[in-house]
Design a protein around this ligand. Structure first.
Ligand code: 13P
Ligand code: SF4
Length: 413
């Protein structure tokens, strides 16, 4: 019999869009929460560590409470905690969560906020596991970071497993007589950020990837970029490099699937990783948007495929997408290639503009969606009672080196 905590992650929700197409998938919904429980067991998110029985012990009552009851509980606990608490919300969080966030933003902005809010004893991070890890690394020793649901991971981050990256590094540095600089996207485990810190590299986000690649190429001849091949490729192409300058590194395949000559010739080794949410956007969708909405501006996230980024008018981080649309003139029309919770919010908050998602069959990021208001209410209630649950704590050695890589990023941007 699965626990209630498990059951909330197995909710089956049907999302109906105006197009009539539906996305029926576990854990996903936009707008009012409509949850039906089902009993099947599913695997844990690989790569999300630190679960203990206590962590998973959300009292069943939280999963039965109404949306309004949860809202009131969250607000009551926030008031009780006062300035001891800061709640950070990533742009992809659902409405029932983001309304409680003191700050919302992209990965970069939230990591800066975590580094700067020294007055708050508790940082509750409504986002995914790698974001909470980064907040813990950048926060002060007296601060504690809490991820309301420890199973909120990132499927792309899980595509780069530390052992595979270490094996790749050993093979590349043992084969190629050149200075290779490792660059990891923020969407990665803390141990991989530490790997970059130890090996002369740095972290980047979607808002500073160009500056990070330039930094790396000022210090080395070649770049190993993980885990998102698309962000790496799109950024390198915008810096003037050609497709021939890069190759895909396939983990657990000898030499990543290449000859030694190919490895020697390449400037960029792009990890075979991608985001399943952004992989859904296509040039056909952009063509449809342009044919049906004359004057539309197309804006996409750089985790989209190369041809999609090329066909768009603009691309950038979630924060840039939000800012561009919010600051645009009344009457503007925007077709957006990113996660649906952000697009729907921009549509609601900009009633004088037309804002729609490029993809007619819309699937939210299912791991972001694991931050259900029941989990937020639970961790805040416990905090108000003086008990910390679902803490994300990165060990001292990993923190030391990951901080080196993160601070290099914060300095260049
Ligand atoms: P941003 O840094 O642009 O918010 O992107 C994070 C992310 O996970 C996008 O899928
Ligand atoms: Fe990870 Fe993609 Fe979700 Fe972003 S949208 S958190 S990259 S799975």
């Amino acid at each position: 019999m699965p626990s209630q905590a498990r059951r909330i992650e197995e909710s089956v929700v049907t999302l109906v869009r105006p197009t009539g197409k539906t996305c029926q998938t576990s854990e996903q919904a936009v707008g009012p929460i409509r949850l039906q429980w089902r009993g099947a067991d599913t695997a844990r998110t690989p790569g999300v560590r630190g679960l203990t029985p206590a962590d998973a012990a959300i009292p069943p009552a939280y999963l039965e409470m109404s949306e309004e009851h949860l809202r009131q509980r969250i607000e009551r606990a926030r008031t009780a905690l006062g300035t001891d608490l800061v709640i950070l919300g990533h742009h992809y969080q659902r409405e029932e969560i983001i309304r409680h966030a003191d700050f919302r933003g992209d990965s970069y902005k939230l990591s800066q906020l975590a580094a700067n809010r020294r007055d708050a004893r508790y940082i509750v991070f409504c986002g995914v596991h790698f974001m909470a890890e980064s907040a813990d690394i950048l926060s002060a020793p007296h601060q504690q970071v809490i991820l309301p649901n420890l199973e909120a991971g990132c499927s792309m981050a899980n595509m780069a497993q530390p052992d595979d990256v270490e094996a790749c590094w050993a093979e590349l540095t043992g084969t190629i007589d050149a200075r290779i600089v490792p660059v990891t996207y923020m969407n990665s485990a803390a141990s991989l950020k530490a790997f970059c810190g130890r090996n002369g590299g740095l972290v980047c986000t979607s808002s500073n990837a160009s500056a990070a690649l330039r930094w790396a190429l000022d210090r080395g001849d070649k770049v190993l970029f993980f885990p998102d091949q698309h962000l790496g490729r799109n950024t390198a192409l915008r810096l003037g490099y050609r497709q021939d300058d890069m190759l895909i590194w396939s983990p657990r395949v000898p030499s990543g699937g290449h000859t030694v000559e190919e490895l020697r010739a390449a400037t960029f080794y792009l990890w075979l990783g991608w985001c399943s949410v952004h992989a859904r956007f296509s040039t056909e969708q952009i063509r449809w948007a342009r044919e049906n909405h004359p004057g539309v501006r197309v804006i996409v996230h750089p985790e989209c495929k190369r041809e999609v980024v090329d066909a768009a008018d603009e691309y950038g981080s979630t924060e840039l997408i939000a800012r561009r649309i919010t600051e645009s003139a009344p009457g503007s029309v925007w077709a957006v290639g990113t996660e649906i919770n952000l697009v729907s919010r921009l549509e609601r908050e900009n009633p004088d503009k037309t804002v729609f998602c490029l993809d007619p069959v819309i699937c939210p990021c299912s791991t972001m969606y694991r931050i259900h208001p029941g989990y937020l209410a639970w961790v805040l209630d416990r905090l108000a009672e003086g008990e910390v649950v679902n803490r994300i704590a990165v060990d001292a050695e990993t923190t030391k080196w990951a901080k080196v890589a993160l601070e290099r990023m914060l300095q260049i941007a």
